[in-house]
Design a protein around this ligand. Sequence first.
Ligand SMILES: Cc1ncc(COP(=O)(O)O)c(C=O)c1O
Length: 404
Amino acid sequence: MVKINSDYTLLRSSYLFSTIAGKVKEYEQNNPDANIIRLGIGDVTRPLTGTIIDSLHKAVDEMASESTFRGYAPDLGYEFLRSAIARNDYELRGCDISADEIFVSDGAKSDSGNIQEIFSKDCRVAVCDPVYPVYVDTNVMAGRAGTYDEESGKWSNIIYMPCTRETGFLPEIPSETPDIIYLCFPNNPSGSTMTKSRLQEWVDYAVRNKAIIIFDAAYESYIRNEDVPHSIYECEGARECAIELRSFSKNAGFTGVRLGFTVIPKTLSVDGVTLHSLWARRHGTKYNGAPYIVQRAGEAVYSEEGKKEIRGLVDYYMNNATYILNGLKAAGYEVSGGVNAPYIWLKTPKGMSSWEYFDYLLKNASVVGTPGSGFGPSGEGYFRLTAFGDADKTKEAVDRIVNM
Ligand SMILES: Cc1ncc(COP(=O)(O)O)c(C=O)c1O
């Protein structure tokens, strides 16, 4: 008789966003005239820019002609995109990454979820707390997380690295030694960033302990400060211990278009086997590549005009971030993030729990945010606002919060 993968039954229900949706729906029904402003989910709101749209149109037209039609894409992605990535994201930043170490994909969510497949089920995983939930849930699905403890909100086999006000919302080296370390900087949800010297400490630690860092740099384009690295490969030794994940979602607005990539240096090996060869095998076996049309749009992101437009998009969201950050600070809130990241992380006032503040904000300001506790136990007492909204609505939301 068929049996299901029982590890899936261990997953916690997707409590966070479904609960938010349910609460907002109920509020809307009871307050049909309320003008709700959503600063909760991390999805972009600005349309694709002109250069991207032009490249999409052009690639669609190519598909209509026998001489320019394309079928399956090469396993690792088209050379034109991989070399644009290698040149712009790595060579120009002084990182030693070549085009054939880049795997083009449909986004960082799938890559961050799938990458654990190439590691043994016995590996101990360490995550930041709070955390982007995909890292934890995919390890639960793989049977690597152990059992869930309701009281602590933690999985028995996962090493949690609390990122609290006391640690500057950064992880500290854990007392147990992990095999796989997930780091995401600029961070979702807290908006915190690591300096290069701090990240170098993690790289040194990973090399010393033969651990692998999975570095999620989905928010790299929001970095403003000089001392914050855009890539983990800016650190010495990272080619021996790190995999990097990137996305076109938050810089170019591709959340609905879908494009990302994973970097695995060919020098990264475990017990004599290169992780590059394993991921290449996995990619070739389970994935037939991001669409040609979309990869052409990705190439356009790196054109001179594309870069300018993308900077405009990021600046638009960062103006929102600055407005939220300054407005809440002036109103006496304890806030962080929002400087090199599109997320603002605020301490809930008056000792409210994350969910109490969610309800309070919805009722008194008709503003929707995300309770920090939904990202992990150390997120309790915190709240995430995103800068991805419309500028006028964001301003109105902040003004409402300040005047509550
Ligand atoms: C940390 C992090 N990684 C990855 C993703 C997903 O990126 P993509 O749209 O490329 O799948 C997100 C999306 O919110 C994210 O916050």
